[in-house]
Design a protein around this ligand. Structure first.
Ligand SMILES: [Zn+2]
Length: 62
């Protein structure tokens, strides 16, 4: 049986899409940003940005 520790993100990206859009928090701290991602199968995923390291975490169970 697979168990994942509570509070672990589904996925961590080594870049943030904010940076890709030119909206990285390091340059534009209060910029509007996407919070959620709708996946193809209708699951809503929550996005958390850590621009200190420019990482993006993807969480399920938003
Ligand atoms: Zn960033």
């Amino acid at each position: 049986m697979e168990t994942r520790p509570d509070g672990a993100p589904l996925m961590v990206c080594k870049y943030c899409i904010l940076s890709e859009m030119g909206h990285c928090r390091k340059e534009r701290p209060l910029e509007h940003e996407p919070r959620y991602l709708q996946s193809a199968n209708g699951v809503r995923l929550r996005l958390v940005f850590d621009c200190q390291r420019c990482e993006m975490q993807v969480w399920e169970n938003a």
